[in-house]
Design a protein around this ligand. Structure first.
Ligand SMILES: [Zn+2]
Length: 294
């Protein structure tokens, strides 16, 4: 179990709420990533675990039975996973984790600079034994027939001891792809911090009003979001920045398994809903996986 050596503070705004928020990642003595809402009278903890995921509409939100919620945990979760932190208490004085740079760079850099304790890293490995697949149809049965199988997330057993992720995502008619493997080596960690952590999500100008009316995207700007004006990205860092960001999201969402998933994850136009459902399916049958505590 590894936690942070000292408190790590963040302040910024939520990408959906647009509200200012302060957050501190603190050392903890129990395995798992736990949140405490410092702004609520109810200070019960909510664990960042797949069973607690209660909203997956353009973010991953966790909540407990006492109505304590935290939104948009996924980029912070990805940073904690790659930093090798599997135990932390995160205090937050609002409902949404700050978006900061739009990816995971700020989280990853500050957490690693603060230092990580020297316990055994990622001692809980979850080995995928059988294929598990989720299609859009299973989540949204009302989709028109031609769209029902046109997106999916799949977990397959892997030949190596890694989490191998392939993502395809279509934005404005163009398909983007990216691949990433995490095996705990410095090479895979550096690859994350250079090629995935800076990747941001996207927003379409045409959807702006629709989202604002639903209190979404209120904190989005050209620094933390790739802005599409019709079919043109105005400020992207890579041609496939969105596919890279999809992998970043998937790493964060897979860490709500509570461990290091060893398997091949394919995300074909996937999203947070399918990432969560694939974990629920994986854990619904003990023949699908094996947990190894090293
Ligand atoms: Zn994201």
């Amino acid at each position: 179990m590894r936690t942070v050596e000292q408190d790590v503070g963040f302040s910024g705004i939520g990408i959906h709420s647009g509200l200012p928020v302060k957050m501190t990642v603190r050392a903890y003595n129990k395995l798992g990533i736990f949140f405490r809402r410092a702004d609520l009278y109810n200070e019960t903890l909510v664990q960042a675990i797949y069973k607690n995921v209660c909203d997956t509409n353009r973010n991953t939100t966790i909540g407990n039975l006492k109505s304590v919620h935290v939104k948009t945990i996924e980029h912070l979760m990805a940073a904690l996973f790659i930093a090798g932190v599997d135990s932390a208490l995160i205090e937050i004085n609002g409902v949404e984790v700050p978006i900061l740079d739009g990816g995971a760079s700020s989280f990853y850099n500050k957490i690693t600079e603060a230092g990580i304790t020297k316990g055994k890293n990622q001692n809980q490995k979850i080995i995928v034994k059988k294929p598990v697949r989720v299609t859009a149809h299973e989540i949204w049965p009302e989709l028109p027939i031609e769209r029902q199988n046109d997106s999916y997330v799949e977990l397959l057993p892997s030949q190596n001891s890694a989490l191998n992720i392939h993502a395809d995502f279509r934005v404005e008619g163009k398909m983007q792809s990216f691949d990433y493997s995490y095996d705990g080596t410095q090479r895979s960690i550096t690859n994350f911090s250079q090629n995935l952590a800076p990747a941001r999500t996207f927003g379409k100008r045409s959807e702006w009003e629709y989202l604002r009316k639903r209190n979404m995207g209120l904190g989005a700007d050209e620094k933390n979001t790739v802005i599409y004006d019709r079919d043109k990205a105005l400020n992207q860092r890579w041609e496939n920045e969105i596919a890279r960001h999809k992998i970043l999201d998937a790493i964060g969402d897979m860490f709500t398994s509570g461990g290091f998933i060893v398997g091949n994850l394919t995300s074909y136009k996937g999203n947070h809903a399918m990432n969560n459902m694939v974990l629920r399916k994986l854990f619904s049958n003990s023949e699908n996986y094996a947990i190894i505590n090293t």
